[in-house]
Design a protein. Structure first.
Length: 102
C-alpha cells in the first residue's frame, strides 16, 4: 500500500468547503493524521493475522478486519477511531491491498 493512495474529499457546498479548508487546512491535517496512524494500523492487522495463523483459529483476513472495525465502534471518537474505521473499510474495498495479507 502506498500512503499517497489515500485521498480525502468533501462533497458539500464547494465554496464553503474551500473556505474551511483554506482556513483550517482540513485536508492537509486529515491526511497527516491518516499517515500517522496507518503504519501502526497495518502492523496491528499483520500481528493479528500472524497470531491467528499460529493459533490456527481459522479467521480470514476479512474477519480480522471486521473485528477491528467492530472494536472501533466502541468509543468511536477516542484515539482517532472515527478515522481508523473508514481506513480499515477502505482496505477491505481494495483487493490489491487485501492480497498482501492473504
Amino acid at each position: 500500500m502506498i500512503l499517497d493512495d489515500i485521498e480525502i474529499g468533501f462533497d458539500n457546498n464547494i465554496n464553503k468547503t474551500e473556505t474551511w479548508d483554506w482556513l483550517f487546512r482540513i485536508k492537509e491535517r486529515y491526511t497527516e493524521e491518516v499517515k500517522d496512524f496507518s503504519k501502526t494500523e497495518l502492523r496491528i492487522i499483520a500481528s493479528r493475522l500472524l497470531k491467528n495463523n499460529k493459533r490456527k483459529t481459522g479467521l480470514s483476513y476479512e474477519e480480522i478486519l471486521n473485528d477491528l472495525i467492530d472494536e472501533y465502534e466502541i468509543d468511536g471518537f477516542g484515539d482517532r477511531k472515527f478515522l481508523k474505521r473508514p481506513f480499515l473499510e477502505s482496505i477491505k474495498s481494495k483487493p490489491e491491498w487485501m492480497a498482501v495479507y492473504k
